[in-house]
Design a protein around this ligand. Sequence first.
Ligand code: DSN
Length: 423
Amino acid sequence: MEATRNLLEVKLEEVDPEIDTLIREEMQRNEETINLIASENYPPKSAMKAIGSMLSGIYSEGYPGERYYRGLENIDKIESLARERAKAVFGADHANVQAHSGSGANIAAYLSLLSIGDRILSMNLDAGGHLSHGAKVSIVSKLFDIHQYGVNQETGLMDYDQIRALALELKPKLIVCGASAYPRIIDFARFGAIAKEAGAYLLADMAHIAGMVATGDHPSPVPHCDIVTTTTHKTLRMTRGSLILCKKEHAAKVDRAVFPLMQGGPHQANIAAIAVGLKHLTTPEYKAYIKQVLANAKLLASELQGLGFPIASGGTDNHLMLVDLYPQGIDGDTASIILEEAGIVVNKNRVPGDKGTPKKPYGIRLGTPAMTSRGMGLDEVKQVARWIAEVLRNPQDEAVRKRVKTEIADLGKRFPIYLPGYF
Ligand code: DSN
């Protein structure tokens, strides 16, 4: 009978056509545009099945084998699999998979090693660091004594001698390395030596480059660090979440810092999805994918340079690049708006030596993980570079944006993100 129909069984499109439509429109928007946001990607359907499962409603405070609730024998196995897979992929002694996302994982990691008020030396947000590394507007700057290093304003590169000098002078209890907008290889071994000399703990936030670390295409921070954190949805291409990897001696403190210090019950559907995603990382297909992400990024940087757009540090060793728009006379905010109108989605970003403001910097950050997930390769990269140049050289010309948008929607049809029927 209609009146007693079980609400659990009613389809999304029936119970909430508004949200259903918005989700479909968002999927359509993605199919018809090119996503160059360096921190985004498209998770596999297999992981989305796990995150859309009934595990979404489970409570499981504690850790496998030591929970505060009963009925968790399957959940314990799932979380244990996620932890073991994370340890195996990255060669870590211990993995915590419960922190809901990257910033929380970083704060839990700090709290496991430090006392409130302790000194941290980390990378400045303007230079490519992350909010949660201690930016003024973050809670991290209220909890700890933050000192920061940048990059050389001319070369755009980290200056390890300067970082060493700062570390020896400031004697921080923790050094944080890893970045959200740094296009070059990070020398984690050098950071390890600096931390050792300064008597500091070392934490690497490898969120952006974790995919390359997983495949061996970027040196791993794990052997050199006390703790390594990462989100799971960037180059790792899982659903949103995080991992905290650490040395054996920090395991108990890390686990306690996540639960009960920072969080209550973990999101087990997401942990199941992360376990699925981790399984993908060891496949030949994923390894080939990461190689293509890197080849695409290198080509995108050199093509844009050839078209007259300087790239910070002269290129990229990873999946992202920073385009300096100052010579073009267009700020990153305006550039991101007109590129979006043309179907190319990017974020504004400061570049080394930026003459703009945080809201109107003179750069944009581009990344190739998402477009590569669609199967796009070098030919498409060249075309994307030409479209970007055309749009940015003609900021007043709406007709150009309109035409490019149609061309990109056509390209999107040739490279669907997901085949129909998964939702
Ligand atoms: N917001 C992410 C990025 O875009 O890099 C980092 O958390």
